[in-house]
Write a protein that binds this ligand. Structure first.
Ligand code: SAM
Ligand code: SF4
Ligand code: SF4
Length: 338
């Protein structure tokens, strides 16, 4: 398939694709899938609603032909999807795709890291919000301690995968863990990403007051470490990065709330049931699953996707106010995958 580059109404190219492969999770993180809402009776997607690996592969090829260079697999918990390395191996064969990553809570990495690496996975982002067992168990809603995640981190490192740690910071919950986590990651040469707590979905009770901003975190870090800014590696790099002086270790911030980055947002998202979203905060997606299951050609799908991207003018975070928040129907993070 020949390669083209498409841009949206605000002149943003399509460069990366996040694919949620499953909406289920073995955790119930309180800022993402609160246990009181995602209880035993919660209706997750039935298997036939999920895109198959063959369908994901077909779509991925088409997205790459339209300019996508990076794909990240996510969920729910993506490692709960059966035989994920099989999908990775299919994606790794796509010409023109330069980067395949995975975002995971890490507990299943000891089982899968080696196979994932052999299949062609390059990097993993592992979520870890506290180094204290009790607090971490409370946050993940399943009383899982820190050890299984650390084992997952080690397994990923041993398999030769690039590893970053994602820490969502919520005021009054885990802000005391900022410096210990920074120290842990620096000592173990792990890249850490502090993520501002976001107003995704409608179940986590988000309030602006719960957000610990990049500036607040940066000011705390500065009291302990000398940091130097690092230039972005490419257009649309989401994290604002700093390096601990005299080291190769960097620390980054995902500033979705305090310093939005919509003007360089090059990301599209595919939910596990095949809905295409051009913004994390879209209420409705475009039903690409029904379309591809109706016997259409690759050219038809390519036209469908580029038509959507050409009309894209999303900039939710740039425009976020209490009013826009209240009006929006928003997707749950576990459904769209971050
Ligand atoms: N289960 C995997 C994990 O936790 O890494 C992948 C899916 S999870 C939805 C993707 C990322 O979104 C994780 O790093 C998680 O911490 C982050 N996340 C979830 N809810 C969030 C929220 N309300 N604000 C900011 N980040 C959030
Ligand atoms: Fe599961 Fe990830 Fe959401 Fe936590 S953040 S509940 S691990 S999907
Ligand atoms: Fe991109 Fe939407 Fe996030 Fe803005 S709010 S950075 S357009 S996903």
């Amino acid at each position: 398939m020949s390669k083209s580059n498409i841009t949206d109404e605000l002149n943003r190219p399509l460069r990366d694709l996040r694919i949620s492969v499953i909406d289920r999770c073995n955790f119930r993180c309180q800022y993402c899938m609160p246990a009181e809402i995602f209880g035993p009776d919660f209706a997750f997607l039935p298997k036939n609603e999920l895109l198959s690996y063959e369908e994901i592969e077909r779509l991925a090829k088409i997205f790459v032909s339209l300019g996508v260079e990076k794909i990240r697999l996510t969920g729910g918990e993506p490692l709960l999807r059966k035989e994920l390395p099989t999908l990775v191996a299919k994606l790794a064969k796509i010409e023109g795709l330069s980067d395949i990553g995975l975002t995971t809570n890490g507990v299943l990495l000891p089982k899968y890291a080696k196979d994932l690496k052999e299949a062609g996975l390059q990097r993993v982002n592992i979520s870890l919000d506290s180094l204290k067992d009790e607090l971490f168990g409370e946050i993940n809603g399943r009383n899982v301690g820190v050890k299984p995640v650390i084992k997952g981190i080690k397994a990923a490192q041993e398999a030769g995968l690039g590893v970053k740690i994602n820490m969502v910071v919520k005021k009054g919950l885990n802000d005391e863990e900022i410096i210990p986590m920074a120290k842990f990651c620096k000592d173990n040469e792990l890249q850490l990403r502090f993520i501002e707590y976001m107003d995704v979905g409608s179940t986590n009770g988000w309030r602006m007051d719960d957000v610990v901003t990049k500036k607040e975190i940066y000011d705390m870090l500065k009291e302990h470490y000398l940091l130097e800014p690092v230039d972005p590696d490419y257009f649309g790099e989401v994290a604002k990065r700093y390096r601990y002086e005299g080291t190769n270790v960097d620390v980054g911030f995902i500033t979705s709330v305090s310093e939005s980055f919509c003007s360089s947002c090059t990301r599209s998202r595919l939910s596990a049931n095949g809905q295409l979203y051009t913004c994390l905060f879209n209420g409705e997606g475009h039903d690409i699953k029904t379309f591809i299951r109706s016997g259409v050609t690759d050219e038809d799908i390519s036209g469908f996707v580029s038509g959507i991207w050409h009309k894209r003018n999303d900039r939710y975070s740039d425009e976020r106010t209490d009013e826009t928040r209240a009006k929006r129907k928003k997707l749950e993070m576990s459904y769209i995958g971050g």
